[in-house]
Design a protein around this ligand. Structure first.
Ligand SMILES: [Mn+2]
Length: 223
């Protein structure tokens, strides 16, 4: 089974995942977190957070959000897993690199993490804010190159923030460099559904876009 949820923020919004633990899942079941997993947040509590997430009993895959310690993430071993490049955080915990397309149970997922922090002026670089959060042209180029191999068609899109047109029309929030960088998706990609996190609410925006936070979607049943 494949589950998808929004931000978990280390131990802060972790409790919702206990509902999955009760399902007696195996490592052939997958939980996708749409950014701000923050499992890698500080060297001091990395072990503790790994134990928490390992306790769920399924394979965990996440795109990065804006609240991740990118300095720790970048030190993790690079592996190819499920046809995508990932950082392997633990035996069954993976960070999916931006622009990669992973395949789970025959379904393809375009994955692009990253988002701009609106409160970065109050945060300390490399302690509570990381410049690597910003989605770069390189990330978009990697997505475009990988999409070309699949004729620009995937089953699902997984991101942390969403594109500028959604953020402005659906939410009335301000655009930024990261939301601008995601504008290519609706122009280029043929997809069934796009899931994202970041905004801290659960809302189906349209037939094709869903913002997730506390909700855990079962992809096999709910979509
Ligand atoms: Mn968040």
């Amino acid at each position: 089974m494949i589950f998808i949820t929004g931000d978990t923020h280390g131990d802060v919004d972790y409790k919702k995942l206990l509902a999955l633990k009760e399902k007696n899942l195996s490592y052939d079941d997958y939980l996708i977190i749409c950014g701000d997993a923050a499992i890698c947040w500080s060297c001091c509590n990395l072990k503790e957070f790994l134990a928490l997430y390992n306790n769920i009993g399924c394979t965990i895959l996440f795109v990065d959000g804006n609240h991740e310690n990118f300095d720790i993430l970048e030190e993790m071993p690079l592996v190819e897993y499920k046809s995508a490049m990932m950082h392997q955080i633990d035996t069954h915990i993976f960070h999916i690199l931006r622009g990669e397309i992973m395949t789970l149970e025959g379904k393809t997922f375009l994955c692009i993490g990253g988002a701009c922090s609106i409160d970065k002026m109050y945060r300390k670089p490399h302690l509570s804010w990381w410049p690597q959060e910003e989605i770069s042209h390189h990330d978009v180029d990697n997505a475009v190159a990988n999409l070309e191999k699949v004729n620009n068609k995937v089953d699902y899109v997984i991101t942390h923030c969403c594109d500028t047109s959604t953020v402005m029309k659906a939410f009335g929030f301000r655009r930024d460099i990261c939301t601008d960088q995601l504008m290519f998706i609706d122009k280029l990609v043929d997809y069934k559904h796009w899931f994202f996190g970041h905004y801290h609410f659960d809302r189906k925006i349209s037939e094709k876009k869903t913002c997730l936070y506390q909700e855990i979607i079962n992809l096999n049943n709910d979509i």
